[in-house]
Design a protein around this ligand. Sequence first.
Ligand SMILES: Cc1cc2nc3c(=O)[nH]c(=O)nc-3n(C[C@H](O)[C@H](O)[C@H](O)COP(=O)(O)OP(=O)(O)OC[C@H]3O[C@@H](n4cnc5c(N)ncnc54)[C@H](O)[C@@H]3O)c2cc1C
Length: 391
Amino acid sequence: MDSVEMPSEDEDSKSAVTDSKEVHDVIIVGAGAAGIGVAISVAHSGVEDFLIVDRKGVGSSFAAWPAETRFITPSFPSNSIGMLDLNSVAVGVSPAFSMRIEHPTGQEFAEHLQGLADFFELPIRENTNILSLGKAGGLFHLETEEGTLFARKVIWAAGEYQYPSQGAFLGSELCLHTSKIKSYGDLTGEDYLIIGGYESGIDAAYHLSKQGRRVRVFDQNCPWGEESSDPSVALSTFTFERIKSIEFETNVELFSEKSVQSITFDGSIYELKTEDGEVFQSKNQPLLANGFDGSHKFVSNLFEHRDDGFAELTDQDESTITPGLFLAGPMVRHDGHIFCFIFKYRQRFAIVAQAIAESFDLPTDEFVEAYRSWGMYLDDLSCCGQECLTC
Ligand SMILES: Cc1cc2nc3c(=O)[nH]c(=O)nc-3n(C[C@H](O)[C@H](O)[C@H](O)COP(=O)(O)OP(=O)(O)OC[C@H]3O[C@@H](n4cnc5c(N)ncnc54)[C@H](O)[C@@H]3O)c2cc1C
C-alpha cells in the first residue's frame, strides 16, 4: 500500500486541495471461494500490494447456506498425482485432506476458506461493504461507509449468493427464497411447492422429503432429464443419487416443462398457477429456488453485457469498457462456457493474476508454468464443452 497526493473529492475540480489517500495496487471485492482463490494467485504472481475487502467475513455466503446443504462436488485428496481436489481454490490445497469430509456443508467450507486466509496470511478487511465502484483519474474509487479506498486494479469477486433472483412471475415475492432458509428442519408444514428444479430446488425437496413432507417441484425445463454431462446444465451425480432415495421417491413429485405464471395468497392458502392453466395449492409458503442475479449487476455500468445478461469480458476476464476491472467467480462466461463451479472458475484465477502482474512489469513465465501444470490455467477454451462417453 502507498499513499499518493491526489485531488480530494471532485475529480473535475481545479481545486489545489490535495489529500493523502490509501491506494493499493489491487483490491479484491469479496472473500468467498473466488476472492480467496484469486488472491492466492495474485500473491503467487508476485504482486505484493493487494487487499481483500468483504462486507461480512471470509466465506460468509457459504456460512449462510441452509444447515443441511452440502457440496455436490466431491472432495478427494488427488493432489499427489498433480490432480487438484475438485473443491480446492488453491494449488496444493485439498479440502478433503484438511477437513476429512467428502461433501462439506457450507459452514464447513467457510471454515476451510478461513483456514486458507490464515495459512497464506492474506490481507483482509472485513465488515467493509462496497457501496459503489467507479474509476476516475486512472484509479478505482471504492466507496465504503468508512470512507473511500483507491486501487489501480479491482477484481470483482462478490459472488451471486447474496443477490438472489426475485422471480419473473406475479407474486414471486410471496415465496421464500432458499438462500434465506437457515435450516430445512425449521420448516414444519406438511407440504411444499418449490419453484425451480435445479440443484437448490432438488436439495430443498430432498431434505423436506427426509422429514416426511410432501413436495411438488416445478421447473420450466427438465433438469432431471437433461442429456448433457455438464453439471452446469444437468443435475449432478450426488443429486441423482438423492432422487433415487426411498423418501424422495415416496414424497416428491417433479413437474417438468411447467412455467409458473402466478402465486397468490388469500390469507390461508397459497395458489400456484402454471402457464398451461393448472392450479396447485398449499397452506405453506412456497419456496423459490430460481437462482441468483449475480453481483456483477451491482456494477453493471462498468461492463458491457451479453444478450443473456452476463458481463462481456476480454480473454483476460477484464471488462471490455473499464480497463483494470476484472471478474472472478461463477459469473464468468465465455461463449457458451459456464464457469459456475469452483473446479471451473478457479482455472481463470491465474489468467487474471498474470494480466495484473504483467501490467506492473512483473515476470510471469514461472508462475504461469506452475499453475498450468496443476490444471489451474485455462487459456484455451476449445477443450471445453466435451461430453462424457455414454458407455
Ligand atoms: C446451494 C448451493 C450449492 C452449491 N454447491 C456447489 C458445489 O458443490 N460445488 C461448487 O463448486 N460450487 C457450488 N456452489 C456454487 C458456489 O457456492 C459458488 O460458486 C461460490 O459461492 C461462489 O464463490 P464466490 O466467492 O464467487 O461468491 P461468495 O461465496 O458469495 O463470496 C462473495 C463474497 O463477497 C462479499 N460481498 C458481496 N457483495 C459485496 C460488496 N458490495 N462489498 C463487499 N463485499 C461483498 C460477500 O460477503 C461474500 O463473502 C453452490 C451454490 C449453492 C447456492
